[in-house]
Design a protein around this ligand. Structure first.
Ligand SMILES: C[S@@+](CC[C@H](N)C(=O)[O-])C[C@H]1O[C@@H](n2cnc3c(N)ncnc32)[C@H](O)[C@@H]1O
Length: 239
């Protein structure tokens, strides 16, 4: 038994349905002639943009081959590149870059290098729009086996998603996501490390890598950022 990468990519879309954060990102995407989606996953954002009539250049980059394959099938006329943010080779080509669904938090050891590459891919004044979970809220404390999430996948399998934080070291939180049967028999386990940067550290690294911060919000309706905001929503631009 097991659970394939292709199944996991399909399950990702079931677990991450369109939400208000996506509407927020979409408003920037639709207003830009050329868009780079960094950590694009299965391509839902750019697929919606095309569906809604975006006729310009759409490109996505992601290291996950199965997710990217799903994106390719959805929007054949976008550019889909396999790689991490630090692998970006575009120079001065995009009006807007986004990192949706907290993909930004996957930038840990390669954070600065990734930001420099994203900046380089943007035209002068081009915007970089992303969100990151506010470390003050300590959301990872709810990611534990006593808090599982039950889901029925695309093939009708009754599954249970089980989360377990293995390590918190500085700003980095390492955790596992186990896809299991309802009797807790594991089918696959994925491990990830997420960066939980506070706003001061975040803004310092943005400035160091050549961005200026245009606006920062505490939610997807552009509400103010407060110490208890769940997200730090940032609109930065290539300085
Ligand atoms: C939570 S998913 C978000 C996917 C997509 N942006 C969305 O809104 O559904 C995070 C994505 O970041 C990708 N990722 C992980 N490390 C990355 C890196 N260093 N650079 C770019 N993307 C990365 C993962 O493969 C995954 O697809």
């Amino acid at each position: 038994m097991g659970y394939s990468d292709a199944d996991a990519a399909e399950l990702y879309d079931l677990l991450n349905r369109w939400g208000e954060s996506d509407d927020f990102y979409l408003s920037f995407v639709m207003g830009a002639g050329s868009v780079l989606d960094v950590g694009c996953g299965t391509g839902s954002l750019l697929a919606k943009a095309r569906k809604d009539g975006h006729t310009g250049r759409l490109a996505g980059i992601d290291p996950d081959v199965a997710m990217l394959e799903r994106a390719r099938q959805r929007v054949p006329d976008a550019e889909w590149v396999e790689g991490k943010a630090a692998d970006i080779a575009w120079v001065s080509e995009f009006d807007v870059a986004v990192m949706a669904s907290n993909a930004f938090q996957f930038l840990v050891a390669d954070l600065e290098e990734s930001l420099v590459k994203i900046r380089t891919a943007l035209v002068d004044g081009g915007r970089f729009v992303f969100g990151t979970r506010n470390p003050e809220v300590r959301e990872w404390e709810s990611w534990n086996p006593s808090n599982p999430y039950d889901v029925v996948d695309h093939a009708g399998r009754e599954l249970r998603m089980i989360y377990h934080v293995e390590q918190v070291e500085g700003d980095a939180v390492t955790f596992t996501e186990t896809t299991a049967l309802r009797d807790n028999t594991p089918l696959r386990t994925d491990r990830a490390t997420l960066n939980f940067l506070g706003v001061d550290t975040l803004n310092a690294v943005l400035i160091k890598t050549g961005f200026d911060v245009e606006a920062q919000y505490g939610d997807w309706s552009r509400g103010p950022l407060t110490p208890t905001s769940e997200n730090i929503v940032t609109v930065a631009y290539r300085a």
